[in-house]
Design a protein around this ligand. Structure first.
Ligand SMILES: [Zn+2]
Ligand SMILES: [Zn+2]
Length: 182
């Protein structure tokens, strides 16, 4: 999905407004999962400010994440606010992309080549870098017991209690005999 920015590249002060609803099913084999039947909402304005093209707006997506504590899937609404600049030197940038290895610091040059911006790439990269590193289904999520593997949000287990009891036993043994008699 390319956004043709040739008209704004040539006209300083010109801008275009892009509003797209991209169906989730168009994002296949991604490193993230979108809610089935949802849409990625794109609302961006590209403006030519002379030496730079600016992009401002938002990308919103309904993701399905895995909780880092209890591992269950849960829905997560992602809102990304974008404010980026591209150098308005189309040919230079295109040459640069071919020589350069892709890495996260070069995202903004990657989806801008020649006189078009790859909206799809731009959306994908912006979703990827904004997904929480340690997602939690709920701040109060108790996670999974490392010993018996039970989901502690659904049921309690006795592992932790047993561990505490054990520690008490050890402590008692460490106390001098006179203390025990009190
Ligand atoms: Zn959880
Ligand atoms: Zn347990």
């Amino acid at each position: 999905m390319k956004i043709d920015i040739s008209t704004i590249i040539k006209n300083v002060g010109k801008s275009i407004h892009v509003r797209e609803k991209i169906p989730a099913k168009q994002f296949k084999n991604e490193e993230f999962k979108l809610a089935e039947g949802s849409f990625v909402d794109v609302d961006l304005t590209f403006s030519n400010l002379g030496t730079i093209i600016t992009v401002k707006g938002s990308i919103e997506a309904d993701l399905i994440l895995n909780c880092s504590r209890c591992l269950i899937e849960y829905p997560y609404h992602l809102s990304v606010f974008i404010e980026e600049d591209f150098y308005n030197q189309s040919n230079l940038v295109a040459d640069y992309i071919e020589e350069k290895q892709l890495d996260s610091n070069d995202l903004r040059t990657v989806y801008y080549s020649g006189e078009a911006i790859d909206l799809f790439d731009m959306v994908r990269e912006n979703i990827l870098v904004n997904i929480p590193i340690k997602p939690v289904c709920n701040e109060a999520c108790k996670g999974i017991c490392p010993q018996c593997g039970r989901n502690l949000n659904e049921e309690d287990c006795r592992c932790r209690n047993e561990k505490i009891d054990l520690r008490l036993e050890v402590l008692k043994k460490l106390l001098p005999d006179e203390d025990k008699s009190k």
